[in-house]
Design a binder for this molecule. Structure first.
Ligand code: ZN
Length: 229
């Protein structure tokens, strides 16, 4: 199985908090290794601004990013560096479906998960909600064109025809493309969690793409060399 296990690095700062200690843990410095990877990919971005909850905040130039990033509410493409790198690494998948632009409603958003007291991955700048994927000649609107197949989505695994079963039986070209995108992205390593209309009603109109907080560490590990995404 190619997807890697996200190690217990989630919330390293939280793990270092000692019970009973009154002082807050020291802030985790920005991940210079991640910024170096982003620069090495030729991405047009600026560091910052400081965002509560985000270790390495960056602002992408959405017009010059590939695929283009178009914010529905006109918000800047602010996120953690790890999500930016994940989007770069997923480029071959977007390109294989002819996708040139992602319409998103939000990336960084300091809020809890819906129906939960836990912070969302958006609060750490690690997730982006994509509502429409644009190709050269057509657009793929998740709300209207995604064809649901929850059973195939839940059991998706690489091998044993997993991708074929996940996409199979889509009735329309748009439906086939959206399912193909979701399934291919889920089988690769750039995003550790992908939530689609197959998962719940809250996501009936978008894909939630969530990067691992330590993605660039994994990219440089021997495991990545054995299992390239
Ligand atoms: Zn989301």
């Amino acid at each position: 199985m190619r997807r890697f296990l996200v190690m217990a690095a989630v919330g390293g700062a939280a793990a270092s908090t000692v019970a009973g200690c009154a002082s807050a843990p020291p802030p985790v410095p920005p991940d210079q290794g991640c910024l170096a990877v982003l620069r090495s990919r030729g991405v047009d971005f600026a560091e910052g601004p400081d965002l509560k909850g985000v270790r390495t905040p960056v602002t992408l130039n959405g017009d010059r990013f590939s695929p283009r990033l178009k914010a529905r509410a006109g918000r800047p493409a602010e996120m953690d560096c790890q999500l930016a790198v994940a989007l770069v690494e997923a480029r071959p998948i977007f390109q294989s479906y002819g996708i040139t632009e992602l319409d998103f409603s939000g990336a960084y958003d300091y809020r809890n998960r819906r129906h939960s007291a836990k912070l969302s991955a958006h609060a750490a700048g690690l997730a982006i909600d994509v509502h429409v994927f644009h190709g050269n000649a057509r657009q793929y609107v998740v709300a209207s064109s995604f064809e649901r197949r929850p059973a195939a989505w839940r059991t998706l695994e690489l091998g044993r025809g997993g991708l074929r079963d996940c996409v199979a039986d889509a009735r329309t070209a748009r439906g086939r493309t959206l399912r193909g995108l979701a399934c291919r992205l889920r089988l690769e390593n750039a995003f550790r969690i992908i939530i689609t209309p197959d998962d719940n009603w809250d996501h009936h109109d978008h894909f939630h793409l969530e990067a691992p907080p330590n993605f660039t560490d994994w990219m440089s590990s021997p495991m990545a060399a054995r299992n390239p995404g």
